[in-house]
Design a protein around this ligand. Structure first.
Ligand code: APR
Length: 245
């Protein structure tokens, strides 16, 4: 791994505009299971029954029961060395930002400031009827789904399958990947569009793709220029050290 880490370090040190794209894998070492690995969330809950906006609207209480099952993991999770390493690379002005598919806010809690939450976040919720917003901690979850005074079901502010990516997040992510000369892809299976299009766009603009994932992803055989088959915490900590930071 040392040779690969040093190659990645050299690439990042000589980059003009490096960006990271992260997925659920970067938070696995924080105790939050990913979606598609063995034992991941979608092995326990059918994504078409629990992850799709139409399923939510058909049975919001059922989807909220799944959300609460995950909630204790999200509430007790803390950033791991991988999140801190990316925050450090931003502080050193090497990493210009992180596009994350995660809704756990762990990048921000580790100190990253330039974060695009491509699939939204779990810090607040909104009424699916009138759109009124509610801070997550103000929700009364004794009855599910929580309801707005207007009577509508309240839903988390993240993106369900079948919904559009928030326009500003999509535009900012596109600006970053169109401009980047190095894209550091960490902990994603790269199977969900349009997030999975971002590395393709970066590559098409001549970016060098570094991928950190213990398992090969859809990107590895075709798009990845430098594949580091290690867990994110270990690989990114070694990367920051190899960069003399
Ligand atoms: N370090 C790095 N990568 C890891 C680690 C780790 N410690 N543990 C697991 N991984 C990798 C897995 O090998 C897998 O390739 O993380 C990846 C996680 O893939 P998914 O579970 O598919 O998660 P993600 O790619 O983020 O899914 C994208 O799908 O369900 C939707 O909205 C959801 O944002 C999510 C999107």
């Amino acid at each position: 791994m040392d040779r690969l880490i040093q190659q990645a370090a050299d690439r990042l040190l000589s980059s003009a505009w490096a960006v990271a794209l992260t997925g659920a894998g970067i938070s696995v070492e924080s105790g939050i299971p990913d979606f598609r690995s063995p034992g991941g969330l979608w092995s326990k809950y059918d994504p078409m029954e629990y992850g799709d906006i139409q399923s939510f609207r058909r049975n919001p209480g059922k989807v909220w029961r799944m959300l609460l099952d995950m909630d204790h993991l999200l509430q007790s999770a803390a950033p791991n060395p991988a999140h801190y390493a990316l925050a450090r690379l931003e502080q050193e002005k090497i990493l210009k930002g992180v596009v994350t598919q995660n809704v756990d806010s762990l990048h921000q809690r580790a100190g990253s400031r330039k974060v695009v939450e491509f699939h939204g976040h779990g810090r607040s919720a909104r009424c699916d009827g009138c759109g009124r917003h509610f801070p997550r901690e103000h929700l009364d979850l004794k009855e599910l789904p929580p309801r707005c005074p207007c009577g509508g079901p309240i839903r988390p502010n993240f993106v369900f399958f079948g919904e559009a990516i928030p326009v500003e997040a999509q535009n900012e992510a596109l600006r970053w990947v169109e401009r980047c000369d190095v894209l550091l892809v960490v902990g994603t299976s790269a199977t969900v569009a349009p997030a999975s299009h971002l590395p393709i766009i970066a590559k098409g603009r001549g970016a060098f793709i570094i991928e950190i994932n213990p398992q090969e992803s859809d990107l590895t055989p075709t798009l990845t220029d430098l594949y580091i088959g290690e867990p994110a915490g270990r690989a990114l900590s070694a990367l920051v050290s190899a960069m003399g930071l």
